[in-house]
Design a protein around this ligand. Structure first.
Ligand SMILES: [Mg+2]
Length: 345
């Protein structure tokens, strides 16, 4: 058969990993799969199958039950174990991330490559074994090609649906965590992230800093320029804060109306004040005209910085409280300034 040369290889053709020790069988499977419009990678045994799986990330694995070196059952078990490990890592990342998903976490949690096991027709026990090892379905030898076609299609469709579900899930998760106006994290996500950092840094006895900041005379800004202009101002401020946060891998959130927060794990008081100063300078450089401000012709920020080493006896709320006190003091002392307070453990 020479159908192979007429198939154009492109990225949206599903990739099938074929593992079989029988060379003729592999050839037949390849020809058939390529005629179905799939790309094919062939291997001889279970060991090679694991390597190719890691290397090629196939959309489906078609694997013979009986092979030398490593048979299909053992390989299936190993693949199941890999999926379990990925799930454990993804779960750990999920908690590190303050209980929010990203795409790698989601695919780690639920990503499973469908496995179609090829068993002998006269060997019903192998079918049970295949499922027990984590196979998604089976076909028998000699191959009934129409059955193979339908099972491959169905498994690929299921996997596709799964991916769409993951994407939808991710979009929902994002909506639940993000402030709609500014695109930074919302208060809910802020609380989750701060609490998770509190616990892990309490364990490590490492420093945690928090900046709470407020746009000065923002009510007057809204009164003078209108709410649409106020919204744009909030977005631009959030943009500057995000840039500052990115440089130090901090976590920025909209804390309230015109109030923002920046969480900085592993950051000392000195480091946090430096970040606060860069945020203050960044806002000043925006030169957003604010004629009603009592401190400047431009929009400015008041910033309260709190730093501590978390303990299990105290809570993240204590850090919020001192940052809030610092912010209050910054405003009371005339706004457009940074005040630092440290919480002694
Ligand atoms: Mg075999």
């Amino acid at each position: 058969m020479s159908g192979k040369s007429f198939i154009s290889i492109s990225n949206n053709q599903p990739l099938i990993l074929v593992a079989d020790d029988d060379k003729t069988m592999r050839l037949l499977l390849r020809e058939f799969m390529e005629q179905e419009g799939y790309q094919v990678v062939e291997v001889n045994n279970g060991k090679q199958c694991l390597e190719a799986y890691a290397d090629k990330k196939p959309d489906l694995i078609l694997i013979d039950a009986i092979m030398p070196e490593m048979d299909g059952f053992t390989c299936c078990k190993e693949l199941l174990q890999i999926a379990r490990n990925n799930r454990a890592i993804a779960l750990a990342n999920y908690y590190d991330n303050g209980g929010s998903f990203d795409s790698t976490i989601i695919s780690g949690l639920w990503g499973r490559t469908p496995i179609l096991m090829i068993t002998g027709l006269d060997d019903p026990a192998s079918v049970d074994r295949a499922f027990a090892c984590g196979a998604s379905d089976f076909v028998t030898k000699p191959i009934h090609w129409a059955v193979l076609r339908q099972r491959v299609r169905r498994l690929l469709e299921q996997a596709q649906l799964y991916k769409q579900l993951e994407a939808a899930n991710q979009a929902l998760q994002k909506l639940a965590n993000v402030d709609g106006l500014t695109g930074v994290a919302n208060r809910r996500h802020f609380d989750q992230y701060l609490n998770s950092q509190w616990l892990s840094l309490a364990q490590e006895q490492a420093q945690l800093s928090l900046i709470l900041c407020d746009i000065d005379y923002f009510k007057l800004y809204n009164d003078k320029y209108g709410h649409p202009a106020g919204d744009i101002c909030l977005q631009r401020v959030a943009g500057v804060l995000s840039q500052s946060a990115e440089k130090i891998q901090g976590f920025v959130a909209r804390y309230g109306g015109e109030e923002f927060a920046l969480i900085m794990p592993y950051t000392s008081a000195t480091g946090a004040v430096r970040v606060a100063a860069s945020m203050q300078a960044g806002i000043r450089e925006l030169e957003i005209i604010h004629t009603e401000s009592g401190v400047s012709q431009y929009v400015t920020l008041s910033l309260g910085v709190g730093t501590t080493i978390p303990t299990f006896e105290s809570s993240a709320h204590d850090l919020i409280q001192i940052a809030d006190k610092a912010l209050y003091q910054a405003k009371a002392q005339g706004r457009n300034r940074i005040i630092l307070k440290q919480l002694q453990a």
